[in-house]
Write a protein that binds this ligand. Structure first.
Ligand code: FUL
Length: 416
């Protein structure tokens, strides 16, 4: 394969991959009914947050270190969190803020104030809307809803198209994608139509390794083994996003589930298996029926990301540049237990395999890692080794690989 023939990200994909961490917020009718999938027959009166505060959500996101936030503007039950003109099944028919409220607007505004990028989820599957049975009529309605969202809430970083419930259903993807391109040309498009980012294929926050950025298809949803047929305009560079709820398998808040929140060790494992495999991590923290993110979820997210920051606060040494051989030389024997590698992916993902070795003080070599993809980021951890130098050999590649970073760390944890 020639270098010219390889897939490369757009500037927007590149910027999105650098964000690495996003916070998902599933909030809506299910928050008040305790269901994961409402059937659409719920009364808008059931939507009644008592202390709704979008700023609290966004402050949690910021404090934890998430760089973007994605809100479920409409989940499968069809209840719209903004005062849409397309249906009265929305916040406008609830008594929250006397029917004058707009959840999407308040979250968008809070994100703008705090410098967090904002994205929206709009479920194609709609269990409330009677027009859903009529493909053409529903396509029109969905296009109108999407247009409202794309044009009223400022710049969007991502539009999330969930395949769940839509297995086998066809939507007018050319029109849908055309609207995103027209009104939000910089937004990432998740997994469907002509996506620019793809689903990693599970809801565990775990990417396989290697997880190449190049892809020709992705899994449609959790509920089918089918792979999506993307439109031919889909770029070859389609990086993966790993979505996972901080309360395993629970996307919406439910009373009494604090005890299932992932432990710090589990969350760190998710981090190493998503960001550490070169993907973005989109972690769901669900606001509760007060309209606030519970302290337990906020503390768990802040706690594990503080530990991530502690581990990667200060590299012992960093090198970068072109070529297949890279070495970090220490002035004296130094304990190391993590190495972070990044390619300059604007040139594509050129590395196909590599080895990392420690050069010991007696000059002998100790193999630390045999890897394949580096891509945006690869985090390798291993039992602490005292090294005089660290050697990265790119053993297979396309063209001339360009290393954005090779950094060594000592976190002082048990990596055995
Ligand atoms: C799934 C949905 O069915 C869940 O309720 C949730 O929205 C998750 C992100 O996607 O497919």
């Amino acid at each position: 394969m020639s270098k010219e023939g390889i897939a490369k990200p757009t500037a927007d994909q590149l910027a999105w991959q650098d964000l690495e961490l996003g916070m998902f917020c599933h909030f809506g009718m299910n928050t008040f009914t305790g269901k994961e999938w409402g059937d659409g027959g719920e009364s808008p009166q059931a939507f009644a947050p008592s202390q709704f505060d979008a700023r609290q959500w966004v402050r949690v996101a910021k404090r934890a270190g998430f760089r973007y936030l994605i809100l479920t503007a409409k989940h499968h039950d069809g209840f719209c969190l903004w005062p849409t003109k397309t249906t009265d099944h929305s916040v406008a028919s609830s008594s929250w803020r006397n029917g004058k409220g707009d959840v999407v607007g308040e979250v968008a505004e809070a994100c703008r104030e705090e410098g967090i990028l904002f994205g929206l989820y709009l479920s194609p599957w709609d269990r409330h809307e009677p027009k859903y049975a009529d493909k053409a009529a529903y396509d029109d309605l969905y296009a109108e809803q999407l247009t409202e969202l794309l044009t009223s809430y400022g710049p969007l970083v991502e539009v999330w198209f969930d395949g769940a419930g839509s297995e086998g259903r066809e939507y007018d993807w050319r029109r849908i994608i055309g609207l995103v391109e027209k009104y939000q040309p910089h937004a990432m498009r998740f997994n469907m139509g002509v996506p620019t980012i793809r689903w990693v294929g599970n809801e565990d926050g775990i990417a396989p390794y290697p997880c190449w950025n190049r892809a020709e298809s992705a899994r449609a949803s959790m509920f089918t083994p089918d792979m999506l047929t993307w439109l031919p305009e889909t770029p070859l560079w389609v990086p993966a996003e790993c979505d996972v709820p901080i309360r395993p398998k629970s996307w919406f808040w439910r009373e009494g589930e604090e005890s299932i929140i992932f432990s710090r060790e589990e969350l760190l494992h998710i981090y190493y298996s998503s960001v550490g495999h070169g993907c973005n991590l989109l972690m769901n923290l669900a606001p509760d029926n007060r309209g606030l993110i519970p302290d337990a979820d906020a503390d768990a997210a802040i706690g594990f990301l503080d530990e991530v920051r502690r581990r990667f606060a200060k590299p012992l040494a960093t090198v970068s540049g072109e070529g297949q051989l890279h070495e970090i030389q220490f002035a004296k024997e130094t304990a190391v237990d993590h190495i972070v590698l990044m390619e300059r992916i604007e040139h594509g993902e050129l590395v196909r395999s590599y080895t990392l070795e420690a050069v010991l003080e007696d000059g002998s070599l100790s193999m630390l890692v045999e890897g394949s993809a580096i891509g945006h980021k690869k985090i390798d951890r291993f039992p602490a080794v005292k090294a005089a130098a660290l050697r990265l050999r790119i053993t297979d590649c396309v063209g001339n690989p360009d290393l954005r970073e090779m950094s060594a760390y000592f976190a002082g944890i048990d990596n055995n």
